[in-house]
Write a protein of this length. Sequence first.
Length: 158
Amino acid sequence: MSATTRNVAAEALTDLILTMFRVNNLTLTWGDRLVAPLGLTSARWQILGAIALEDRSQPVAWLARDLGANRQNVQRIVNDLAKEGLVEFQPNPHHRRAHLVVLTKKGQRIYDAAITAYDPRANALVEGLPVKDIKTAHRVMLALRQKLEGENYAEKHG
């Protein structure tokens, strides 16, 4: 048995994290089914969304950072998307080797089609859930993200 004990808040956090793991897996499966007719997976859709929703083009490393994902995994998916003509690489005026990733017209059409499929499903999924609760859950997730990013930064830059 462990010499330490969790306080009430840490126990509640553990319950939240375990549920979050399960919800994440279910969400990825749900997303995969939703966008499969478009030739996408949840991972590809997520990256297309990250590109589409940014104010300016970014290199792969920045996309990975914003997604909280491994750069190599994002690079592999971006390369696949480029082979399919959904994204393209453009010169980066700030870095010779880190090209910017940009949606093509085809990529924008596919992303828009994914959102068109998503919106009614999201509306159905949210039925019976108070907006106030959703916003509270979002704030908690953002706070946890910030704390975890701070820990990861401290470990890397110790």
